[in-house]
Design a protein around this ligand. Sequence first.
Ligand code: TMP
Ligand code: ASP
Length: 237
Amino acid sequence: MKMEQLYTGKAKTIYKTDDPTKLISEFRDSLTAFDGKKKSEVDKKGYYNAQITRKIYEMLEAEGIKTHLIEMVSDIDMLVDAVEIVKLEVIVRNIAAGSITRKYPMKEGTIFENPIIAFDYKSDEYGDPMLNNDIAVALGVSTYEEIEHIRNIALKINKILVDYLDERGILLPDFKLEFGRKDGDILLADEISCDTCRFWDKETGESLDKDLFRQDKGNLSKAYEEVARRIVPEIFE
Ligand code: TMP
Ligand code: ASP
């Protein structure tokens, strides 16, 4: 099934398959932060993130959200629809954390009355700068209608995810989504995992995500396993 490598990113590698409409996304154990300046390798990270993404995408599909997931073809290899990636990182925030607390007078832990959606221009070269609708359209990244549609899907995903994670003892301060175009449709692409979300333990407030790596503040492998135990308990049976 896996054919030539199409693209290798910081945490995943994309392969062609014998069907041009389908690709394989391989979740690797490598991870980076600060635009790739900080690098590491953590045993089983790819496995946990692949399984968490798979479970969340199946759950979202059941709630009417279209995703690129077709099926897992191994523990870490996800068969996905080939899409044209929209060059936007869609950031959804419920609780102040991370960069927003550094850029604005917002105290970490402040709960936002309304979720905040912000768009970053997906470009390592330019350091993923934040943009607004006018800049996105001027760059040719998207249309006004598409951005509005993406914003609405992101809000819907947020609502579903907050409740889903709450039932599993996890708070969702913020996360990042990416979308792709296929046959006139917008599909949720990329991943939803411990690398792309802030997950806080509901009881203790402890980080259970990549912040442990960004800030050198704990055992990443144990935290990812804990999230996997709560979201995909079946893989531990
Ligand atoms: P930030 O607080 O650093 O802006 O991150 C906001 C959310 O986006 C957080 O859940 C982590 C996620 N994120 C990514 O998935 N990829 C990235 O490159 C960055 C900077 C953040
Ligand atoms: N994924 C981004 C990078 O490497 C940043 C991050 O998640 O903090 O560099």
